[in-house]
Design a protein around this ligand. Structure first.
Ligand code: UT7
Length: 322
């Protein structure tokens, strides 16, 4: 039986930092409100000439190096992003060219904040089926490009960044299970109402900005993430006590705390980067995972639960033995 294991991780944040104090000068908000309601202190924002593929490339090179591979050994590239450089080629194909890899499948996955979990689930299935041996799986976003910087309800929440993993075929289990879900009936609660084919809203707006009914999303997220914890543990015949680490999507400290409570996990076994990174959508889980692996918190043999929730609505989890 072939499994997929985490062979290496990498992360990248753009240099420019945007603090809550700076946001106070841009919209009617306060540092205290942002910290209390979300846990966010600051976020990184891409430079004007920096694209999603630029961020993805840095993270990818770091993950490939950590896996002790040459780029030429990568045989599958999946980039989860909602903010691709271009309509096409896909960001994965742009990245493949930068890494001088030729011929392997490369494609993007669009599941908003759950994108990385979706991409990981797909790569795991490629490896289990024998269709790939070294998969590069990335979450990369320049959310700052679709944030309305005059809307205090959303602009204080999001940041840019990229996280990457190399998944490798192995005889011993790494990824134990993945669980992917969506329910389009709630799509309008978190959306960019225009795009490529739908060029303008009913009101004639054509610029693609994000809109969110945060409070509704918050309630659905807490309930849904609670359910996916149960589903993931049951599928693996495990209890809360078997999970060493929670690496959640970094949308809001209070949502993360609710999931940790469900898992009965103490705070020091929950990886939190939201205070430093903000919500980086598809990049948030692999960025947090990379931080906790590189600083030595997550160790080989430990059991890690990844989960995410976002636009679509989409949600998902992955349980892995590191
Ligand atoms: O990653 C994808 C999934 N996304 C999420 O999971 C996000 C889920 N939602 C959230 O994290 C929270 O709902 C928010 C952080 C977005 C908002 O927090 P909240 O506690 O749900 O606040 P609220 O929307 O209920 O608003 C409370 C008040 C309102 O004022 P009134 O109506 O009570 O006078 C808002 O207008 O806070 C006001 N408000 C702000 N005040 C200062 C909203 N945004 C701000 C702001 N600064 N930036």
């Amino acid at each position: 039986m072939t499994y997929s294991r985490l062979a290496g991780t990498g992360g990248y944040l753009p240099e420019k930092v945007l603090t809550n104090a700076e946001l106070e000068k841009m919209v009617d908000t306060t540092d205290a409100w942002i910290r209390e309601r979300t846990g966010i202190h600051k976020r990184h924002v891409a430079a004007d000439d920096e694209t999603t593929c630029d961020l993805a490339e840095h993270a990818a090179r770091r993950a490939i190096e950590a896996a002790a591979l040459n780029a030429g050994e990568i045989d599958l590239i999946i980039v989860a992003t909602t903010t691709p450089d271009q309509i096409f080629p896909s960001t994965a194909c742009l990245l493949q060219q930068r890494l001088d890899i030729h011929g392997c499948p490369a494609f993007d996955v669009q599941a908003v904040c759950t994108g990385f979990i979706y991409a990981l689930g797909i790569a795991d299935k490629f490896i289990r089926a024998g269709s790939a041996r070294n998969a590069l799986v990335i979450g990369a976003e320049t959310l700052s490009r679709i944030v309305d910087w005059t809307d205090r309800k959303t602009c204080v929440l999001f940041g840019d960044g990229a996280g990457a993993v190399v998944l490798q075929a192995s005889a011993t289990p790494g990824i134990l299970s993945t669980h992917l879900h969506a329910d389009g009936q709630y799509g309008a609660l978190l959306q960019v109402p225009t795009g490529v084919s739908k060029r303008a809203t009913e009101d004639g707006d054509s610029y693609p900005y994000m809109e969110m009914q945060g409070n509704e999303i918050f309630k659905i997220a807490v309930n849904t993430l609670g359910r996916i914890v149960d589903e993931t543990l049951a599928a693996n015949d495990m209890t809360q006590a078997d999970v060493d680490w929670l690496v959640p999507h970094q949308a809001n400290q209070r949502i993360i705390a609710a999931t940790a409570k469900k898992l009965k996990l103490p705070e020091d076994h929950v990886v939190m980067t939201v205070q430093e990174h903000g919500n980086t959508s598809a990049a948030s889980v692999p960025l947090a995972l990379d931080v906790a692996i590189r600083d030595g918190r997550i160790r080989r043999g430990e059991t890690v639960l990844l989960e995410a929730f976002g636009g679509g609505l989409t949600w998902g989890s992955a349980l892995l033995r590191y």
